[in-house]
Design a protein around this ligand. Structure first.
Ligand SMILES: [Zn+2]
Length: 386
C-alpha cells in the first residue's frame, strides 16, 4: 500500500506546481491564503525535520554526558559517605579517650589536693612547735634521746611528705596534659567530621543538580522525538500524490460506484508487489485525510472497526459490506466510520472517512472486491475515464 516510486512523485510535484501556478494567476489571493494555511510544503517539512534531528542528536549527546556525570557523582557521593562514616567512628573513639583522660585528671588532681591539705596541716603544726625554743623543747623532752627522736621524726615526715606531694603533683600535671591532648584530638575529629559532612553535602547538591538537568534534557529529548515522529508522518503525507491529479482517472460502472466521489487517482493496483514481497489484494487510491468513502453498491455492513482477530491488522480501521450474490467489498486504513454492523446501506451512501491507520504510509483508501471470498482486481469493475 506504499505509493509508487520516485518518477511518479516527480511527475506529481510537477503537476502540483503547475496547478498552483494556474491558481496563483486566476485567484492570487486564494493561493496566498492557501500558502499561509496549515499545509506545510514538503521542503519546509524536510528542513524542519533536519533541524529537529540535529536538536535531537545534540540532546541525546547531552543526555549521555549528564548520565555519565551523574554516575560519577553517585560514585563519589558513596565514597564520601564512607569517609564521613569513618570520621564519625574516629570521633566516637576520640570522645571515649577524652572521657577516660578527664576522669584520670580529676582523680590525680584530687589526690594531689588531698595530700597538699595534709602537708599544710603538718607545716602549721611544725611552725607551732618552732615557736618554742630548742631549749624549751629540750627541757620539755623527757630525755635527750626523746628530744633527738622528735627532731629526726619531724624532719622525716617533712621529707616524705614533700616527696609524695611532688610525685602527686607530677602525676596530676601529666594527667592534665593527657586530658588536653585528648581534648585537642577530639576537637580535630569534630572538625574532620564537619569537613566530611560538608564535602558530602556539596557532592549531594551537585548530584541533585545533575539529576535535575538530566531530567530536563530527557524531557526535551522526548518532546523532540515526538516532534520528529510527527514531521516524519507529515513528510510521508506530503510525499503522497495529490488527490486531485488527473490521469489515470477511474469512475464507476453500473455494478459498482467508485468508492471515493472526490478522489480518483490510483496509486497501487491489484497484484504481486515485488518491492514488498507480498500480494496486493486491492486497489489504493490517494485521498486527503477524512475524504468521504461511499458504499460501492447496496448491501449490509458486516464489519466496521479495527480488524481485531477477524481480519489482518494491516487494514487498520475497516469496513466490510456484503452485497449478496457472493460479492463483498472491503475498505481499509479509515480514519472514521459512518456506519454500524448490520446496517443496510445504499450505493453511494457515506460509510466512513479516509485515514492512515494500519499498514499505511500516508492517507489513502485501500479497497477490495471479493467474489465468494476470492479477491478480484477491483479495477476490472470500473471504467477508465481518461
Ligand atoms: Zn492497498
Amino acid at each position: 500500500m506504499k505509493y509508487s516510486g520516485h518518477q511518479t512523485f516527480l511527475r506529481m510535484t510537477g503537476a502540483m506546481a503547475a496547478v498552483l501556478m494556474i491558481l496563483a494567476v486566476l485567484f492570487p489571493s486564494a493561493s496566498l491564503v492557501h500558502a499561509a494555511g496549515s499545509q506545510k510544503s514538503l521542503k519546509e517539512i524536510q528542513s524542519e525535520l533536519a533541524s529537529v534531528r540535529a536538536d535531537r542528536d545534540q540532546l541525546a549527546d547531552q543526555k549521555d554526558k549528564l548520565s555519565g556525570d551523574l554516575a560519577y557523582l553517585q560514585k563519589r557521593s558513596q565514597a564520601q559517605r564512607e569517609v564521613y562514616e569513618n570520621a564519625l567512628a574516629q570521633k566516637e573513639a576520640a570522645l571515649m579517650v577524652l572521657e577516660m583522660n578527664q576522669e584520670a585528671a580529676v582523680i590525680a588532681q584530687a589526690d594531689y589536693e588531698e595530700k597538699l591539705v595534709q602537708y599544710e596541716e603538718r607545716v602549721v603544726r611544725m611552725y607551732e612547735w618552732n615557736r618554742y625554743s630548742m631549749i624549751e623543747l629540750l627541757l620539755s623532752a623527757e630525755s635527750l634521746q626523746g628530744f633527738f627522736t622528735t627532731i629526726r621524726f619531724m624532719k622525716m615526715i617533712a621529707d616524705s611528705d614533700e616527696e609524695a606531694l611532688a610525685e602527686l603533683e607530677t602525676a596530676s600535671i601529666l594527667a592534665e596534659q593527657l586530658r588536653e591532648e585528648a581534648e585537642d584530638q577530639y576537637s580535630e575529629m569534630i572538625e574532620l567530621v564537619e569537613e566530611a559532612d560538608q564535602a558530602m553535602q556539596a557532592i549531594r547538591a551537585e548530584e541533585g543538580l545533575a539529576a535535575q538537568a538530566l531530567n530536563k534534557i530527557a524531557q526535551s529529548l522526548e518532546i523532540t522525538r515526538q516532534k520528529e515522529a510527527q514531521l516524519v508522518r507529515d513528510e510521508k503525507a506530503a510525499t503522497a500524490p495529490p488527490v486531485t491529479s488527473g490521469s489515470p482517472y477511474w469512475v464507476g460502472t453500473r455494478q459498482f460506484i467508485w468508492p471515493l466521489p472526490t478522489a480518483h487517482y490510483v496509486t497501487s493496483v491489484f497484484g504481486w508487489r515485488e518491492k514488498y514481497g507480498r500480494y496486493h489484494y486491492g486497489t489504493d487510491v490517494a485521498a486527503a485525510m477524512n475524504t468521504p468513502i461511499v458504499a460501492m453498491a447496496d448491501g449490509v455492513i458486516t464489519y466496521s472497526g479495527w480488524p481485531g482477530t477477524a481480519y489482518h491488522w494491516a487494514y487498520g480501521k475497516m469496513v466490510v459490506i456484503d452485497h449478496g450474490g457472493g460479492y463483498q467489498t472491503r475498505y481499509g486504513h479509515l480514519n472514521g466510520f459512518n456506519c454500524y454492523i448490520g446496517q443496510r446501506v445504499k450505493a453511494g451512501q457515506v460509510i466512513g472517512y479516509t485515514g492512515n491507520t494500519g499498514r499505511s504510509s500516508g492517507p489513502h483508501l485501500h479497497f477490495e472486491i471479493r467474489v465468494n471470498g476470492v479477491p478480484k482486481d477491483p479495477l476490472g469493475y470500473f471504467r477508465r475515464a481518461r
